[in-house]
Design a binder for this molecule. Sequence first.
Ligand code: HAM
Length: 432
Amino acid sequence: MHDILPEAVASWHRIEDVSRQVLTSYGYAEIRTPILEVTDLFKRSIGEVTDIVEKEMYSFEDRNGDSLSLRPEGTASCVRAAIEHGLLVQPQRLWYRGPMFRHERPQRGRYRQFNQIGVEVFGLPGPDIDLEIILITARLWRRLGFAGLRLELNSLGDPDERQAYRNELVAYLSSHGDRLDAESIRRLHTNPLRVLDSKHPETQKVIADAPTLMDHLGESTRSHFQSVCSGLDQAGVPYRLNPRLVRGLDYYNRTVFEWITDDLGAQGTVCAGGRYDGLVEQLGGRPTPAVGFAMGLERMVELLALAGHASDAPVHAYLVAVGEQAQAEAPFLAERLRDALPRLRLMTHCGGGSFKSQFKRADRSGASYALVLGEAELERGIVGIKPLREQTGQQELDFGDLVSFLAGLTKDTLDRGASAQLSGSISTRRLQ
Ligand code: HAM
């Protein structure tokens, strides 16, 4: 679990802002659910025989003796909330953001508290919505400037197709039992599809010749999957079919997908999801098809750094004031500027000191400009403005011109009434 320090927060905001904009532009509504849920919810949805439930949940008994868990993911909570609040009477396109908790072995890109932005859609059974949510992710990568993410795609079929496949897979793997690793042998009878995910080299060789689920799909599942693929072709989103993509959570059926990068080391899956048509009913709701995905924000923040995203200066301007009167006026000048320019990021110097020492602080603040108010400026009704990141000289502006100049930085639009009020000198100072 880690702290996110101020210098990193700009990247988080960028990812969160772009995600919110894009999701809102597709008509998705935000939902916020608690971080704690009853443990049973995760057992019943993610599956008893999964790494998450077997080994990774932060579970404890509360004062009533109920077993609660910090949420390891967001899908189960969304389904619970949708059932509980009667949201399933019509289709729902929801998104959420927040911390998730898994007691995994920490390494680069894998943390015990991590953050996801996720999407869950309820009530839409067709391939069109599978396509939509993948196109959302592709748009997000474009907006964030992420290159080199590859989309892997598979269909896990419907439960009966998977059962038939499962029997065949168990028979095949059992006949090669002597070459499988211990974990895979254990999984063989509890969760054999997960054997396909094994990283063990000898097991992988066995898997290479294993029958694939794709060959066991019925007509309807197959055409659903083909529609998703041809939609992606038409949209110009490249993908790779990966028959070994099984996902680590039990609730999936039909379309599953992952976006993977080679730029982040071993933990390269940035986004993952798929369809889970049985889960709502399994958790006590009316039968409702569902599909969704979640993106790992820590991994996206790393990708953003690789994409060379330059974050905005923390503040536009830093106001230095020297001399008793100028210092007394400075906070009120700053307040008037903030009234005129709601988007202005302006830091005022506090604590007095010489011009030299105040300029040092101005420089360290990361501001693009220093605004200078000394006794001479006050006398003449102007403010000095000095670029801190370029070698150009100081200009002198009266209040109206200063506001117009700063509006150019903040992209605030000034309405006529405001500009009229702004004209004039800085020395009408005190706020009422
Ligand atoms: P997941 O594959 O377990 O799926 O997680 C989704 C993403 O969360 C991963 O691809 C990764 O980027 C990030 N992630 C997972 N664990 C960690 C960790 N320990 N540290 C950092 N990042 C991590 C789900 O959670 C499903 N609920 C996705 C979904 C939504 N399926 C349908 N709807």
